[in-house]
Design a protein around this ligand. Structure first.
Ligand SMILES: Nc1ncnc2c1ncn2[C@@H]1O[C@H](COP(=O)(O)OP(=O)(O)O)[C@@H](O)[C@H]1O
Ligand SMILES: [Mg+2]
Length: 253
């Protein structure tokens, strides 16, 4: 394992400025680094579980480095030391969809953004799969959920987990998925949803998980929901599927 400081010196050279960005996530500390030739985002994690997720994110970004059909930040490196893990990626000029919806003045503008979100997710779900198929994505998630629940690291209880195991939804065709597809984890660039961030969970899996997390904030707004499905026209989760994924599985992550 290389020392983080040496790593940064090697990759970045002279740093002109480093500052925490105003919009932070909940698993990491995010800073912007400006050097002579480039601007970067540094995402650092300190807790064991979040360090594990950051490593997964680094692996996803690295494996997507040589393609352009799934839009994600460019990978520059990952390093770990005793107390922290750090992921270095490109800084992208954009704001999260959550922020864009907050800033949008008219309802029409909000609906356009939501439609674009639907379209963007649909493109991912219709992608030729870039990653090897996981044997059974849901099975893997339920196993991970158990580990988190048993070690007290999840909101969901073991009782809820047993219910999820006993009531798995009928299988659908698996696709490439984002795996934490909320309005916080996509960037809006020039008025359109154009990039996925926070991609630790991106893999070949159940697209209903993305769909459920995508609509969670506006599921009860019929107009907005309709806009989403104008963009995402391939499938529509049922109430049972929504609650399995959003109120069930998501409680463990
Ligand atoms: N490559 C990037 N370019 C610009 N801003 C970014 C980038 N990656 C993350 N951000 C900003 O940092 C925030 C937190 O990042 P995120 O990866 O979602 O962290 P967390 O895992 O803690 O949720 C995002 O909401 C976004 O505002
Ligand atoms: Mg996030």
């Amino acid at each position: 394992m290389r020392n983080s400081q040496a790593f940064f010196k090697d990759v970045l050279g002279e740093i002109n400025k480093i500052e925490k960005i105003p919009e932070q996530g909940c698993t990491s500390e995010v800073s912007m680094i400006v050097t002579e030739d480039n601007t970067y985002i540094l995402k650092s994690a300190f807790k064991e579980r979040y360090r594990e997720w950051l490593k997964m994110e680094a692996e996803v970004l690295e494996s997507l480095s040589f393609q352009s059909s799934i839009s994600v930040p460019r990978f520059y490196g990952f390093t770990e030391d005793e107390h922290a893990s750090h992921l270095l990626m490109s800084f992208e000029e954009g704001i999260t969809l959550t922020a864009a919806l907050r800033n949008a003045v008219t309802n029409q503008e909000k609906r356009r953004l939501i439609r674009s979100f639907g379209q963007f997710i649909m493109q991912l779900h219709e992608q030729e799969h870039v990653f090897k198929a996981d044997s059974d994505w849901l099975e893997t998630q339920l196993k991970r959920a158990r580990i988190y629940a048993e070690s007290g690291q999840a909101d969901g209880s073991l009782e809820l987990l047993e219910q999820l195991i006993a009531n798995k939804p009928k299988r659908v065709k698996q696709t490439m998925i984002h795996g934490d597809c909320t309005t916080d984890n996509v960037l809006v660039i020039d008025g359109e949803v154009r990039m996925f961030i926070d991609v630790a969970g991106m893999t070949f899996g159940d697209p209903r998980y993305d769909e459920a997390l995508a609509i969670r904030k506006f599921r009860h707004n019929p107009e907005w929901l309709a806009s989403f499905y104008e963009g995402y026209s391939r499938h529509r989760v049922t109430d049972e599927e929504f609650s399995y994924f959003e109120e069930g599985l998501y409680e463990f992550f």
